[in-house]
Design a protein around this ligand. Structure first.
Ligand code: CA
Length: 230
């Protein structure tokens, strides 16, 4: 039997629940506590991020729609810091798009509300049994490589310094190597929603990025957007 195979082997496992619905947060604390987990609860994204950064948790149950900071941003920031605590996103948003978004930004699993506690527990145990990925794979295209763990970018083996925006833009292109990506999509995915930006901004940054990684890396598809070159 695996360490967590039974019903009472969760002793010593620490779980952080980030959930703003008081009833659900209480139920999870009670349920997981009864199953032997040590449970901390955060009620908004910002304090969730703070606890996840400082606390040594074995897993984080993370709601998506949270006050102050979304679950997506919490997990993105954790991964950005090199924190690979297993994260299960829990959300009422259940479109396939949302699920992909959650996994894209670094979550390990995704559970849709409403869920049964038994299913949550089974998925949580499965998550805890998985080997922790200490280092995500390096993204490569042509002579460009990008390491999501260290944020190092190299062209032909030579390190290149990118601004955070240039880095995010390159990472998004490298994660979507086989299709044309519109400026609108890039604005959506790479630019913060609170920042005033328009398609011209995307052009400007693609220009900056080309100067640093080589013009051949990003191809313009007229009227449609950009795709990786080569
Ligand atoms: Ca919520």
């Amino acid at each position: 039997m695996g360490v967590l195979g039974g019903t009472c082997h969760a002793e010593g496992m620490r779980v952080l629940v980030v959930e703003d619905e008081p009833g659900l947060a209480r139920a999870l604390r009670r349920g997981l506590g009864a199953d032997g987990f040590t449970v901390d609860v955060a009620r908004d994204g910002e304090s969730g991020l703070g606890l996840a950064r400082d606390g040594d948790y074995d897993a984080v149950l993370l709601d998506v729609m949270l006050p102050r900071m979304s679950g997506y941003d919490v997990v993105r920031r954790l991964r950005h810091d090199g924190n690979w605590v297993p994260v299960m996103m829990v959300s009422a948003k259940d479109g396939p798009h949302d699920q992909a978004d959650g996994l894209d930004c670094g979550a390990d699993d995704y559970l849709t509300k409403p869920f049964s506690y038994v299913v949550l527990l089974a998925r949580l145990r499965a998550l805890l049994r998985r080997p922790r990925h200490a280092h995500p794979p390096v993204l490569r295209h042509d002579d460009v490589s990008l390491d999501p763990a260290t944020h190092e970018v190299e062209v032909g083996g030579v390190p290149v310094a990118l601004t955070p925006r240039e880095y995010a833009l390159l990472e998004y292109l490298l994660r979507n190597p086989d299709r044309v990506i519109s400026k609108t999509e890039l604005l959506d995915r790479v630019w913060d929603v609170h920042v005033e930006a328009d398609p011209n901004t995307v052009e400007v940054y693609v220009g900056y990025l080309r100067r640093k990684v080589g013009a051949h890396v990003i191809r313009t598809v007229r009227g449609a957007g950009y795709r990786l070159g080569g």
